[in-house]
Design a protein around this ligand. Sequence first.
Ligand code: PLP
Length: 371
Amino acid sequence: MNIFTDLNTPERILLGPGPSMVPSRVLQAMAHPLIGHLDPKFIELMKEVQELLRYVFQTKNQMTLPISGTGSAGMEATVANLLEPGDTIMIGVNGYFGERLCDMAGRYGAIVNRLDKPWGEVFTPEEIDAALRKQPAKVVAIIHAETSTGALTPLEGMAEVVHKHGALLLVDCVTSLGGIPLKIDEWDIDIAYSGTQKCMSCPPGLGPVTVGARAREVFHQRKTKVANWYLDMTMLEHYWGDERTYHHTAPISMNFAIREALRLVYEEGLEARHLRHRENSQILWDGLEDLGLQLIVPVERRLPSLTTVAIPDGVNDVDIRKRLLEEYNIEIAGGLGVFKGKAWRIGLMGYSSRKENVILLLSALSRLLKK
Ligand SMILES: *Cc1c(COP(=O)(O)O)cnc(C)c1O
């Protein structure tokens, strides 16, 4: 007698801050028969995944690989490998994920120099320059796309000021990779991490990381061992490098998935993909404003992949989201931290960024808000 029923998950329209919807080609790739992680076929696949990752990151960095773990594992890998106890990191905190970086860096014994700005605002190279003049740092960390606020910090010119002060630029591009322009080499970014379940439209489970020459040199010049065995990039380098030496068992099916998700990005083309994200967001923004709703972030720094909407007075946050899910099968998210109860977060990421989804959401919201 079995009291458990078959797994029966609904097909949701995922318009929150991630995970985004996953195309069936990616789901099917995950269902392929398992092979061993040192099988020549898997080793070939690892190479392809790395080559495709270099394409989306717009980089030639040899050390470009998917960390086994979600975006936060990618984040932790960069922090754990760059910093030794007593090193200083300057972190731009303008939302929830800057906060998380501070927590992580502190746990590895770094001196955390926070640069705070109100949620929804962004940092300019001039501000970073001025802050570094007051207090130097080994690493400067910026969140490219703050998923908690919907604000985009432009990165052009950022590395120039960071390098002028002898620091390295670390960038969180979890909600930008594959959705909005991100040019690792052209912008001279030293090290960056991302996730799979946002604009890449792959299930959560891998944390793509790319490491440039300066950061790689820092890894090799460390005096102390990385305090995290699993995320030690100099060990992972031998696993994902030419030697392919066993370190841990890569999540095989997740790598099937990311290969297919990356192939879809490649087939669409980065530019076309960025344009699609931009255009569908414009339809969303216009429609929300037509409904009399207020968008929190001004258009100049608004993220195409994530929009924050002020919840109007007298409207019940939780009730509207519950009804969107139950009656229309649509997931959007509430606010985090400072924005809790004050904002909705609507994601149009990857495969979720489609005109029909936008129109459905607008129509559903219009009906629910009328009552
Ligand atoms: C989602 C997200 C993360 C964390 O990624 P997980 O996959 O949830 O671990 C980090 N930074 C930003 C900006 C994110 O949006």
